[in-house]
Write a protein that binds this ligand. Structure first.
Ligand code: AMP
Length: 114
C-alpha cells in the first residue's frame, strides 16, 4: 500500500493540487489533464479497483459522486455538463491502482469513448 502514489498524495508525501477534501475523500487536479477541468476524486481508504469494492463501500462511492457534483457546480459546469469515469483494470484503461473517479469538464465529450 505504501507504494501507491495516491496513498502518498493522501499522506502528503507526493504533492498535488488539492481541490476538495472530506474525512473520507480527497480530490485533486490530474497531472495530465484531458479537459479544462480534470479532477480525480479518491477515497482515503485504499481500494485498488472497482472489482474490490464491497457492499460496505457503497456509501463511499456515493460520496465520490456527490463530491464530483459539488466540484463541477463550484467550477460552473453543472448546467453545461461533465463526464465522470472510473476505469477498471487493463481493458478499462486503469493505470493507478487506487480507485478514482475522473471528473472531466469544460469541453464537449464524444460517445462512444475511445
Ligand atoms: P487511470 O488511467 O484511470 O488509472 O487514471 C490515472 C490518472 O492519474 C491519470 O489521468 C494520470 O494522469 C493521473 N496521475 C498519475 N499520477 C498523478 C499524480 N502524481 N498527480 C495527479 N494525477 C496523477
Amino acid at each position: 500500500m505504501t507504494e501507491c502514489i495516491f496513498c502518498k498524495i493522501i499522506t502528503g508525501d507526493i504533492p498535488a493540487k488539492i481541490i476538495y477534501e472530506t474525512p473520507e475523500l480527497l480530490a485533486f487536479h490530474d497531472l495530465n489533464p484531458q479537459a479544462p477541468l480534470h479532477a480525480l476524486i479518491i477515497p482515503r481508504k485504499h481500494i485498488a479497483t472497482l472489482n474490490d469494492l464491497t457492499e460496505a463501500d457503497a456509501p463511499l462511492l456515493g460520496q465520490m459522486y456527490l463530491a464530483a457534483q459539488h466540484i463541477a457546480a463550484q467550477a460552473g459546469f453543472a448546467e453545461r455538463g461533465y463526464r465522470c469515469v472510473i476505469n477498471c483494470n487493463l481493458d478499462g484503461g486503469q493505470s493507478v491502482y487506487h480507485i478514482h473517479l475522473h471528473l472531466l469538464a469544460g469541453r464537449k465529450h464524444s460517445w462512444p469513448p475511445g
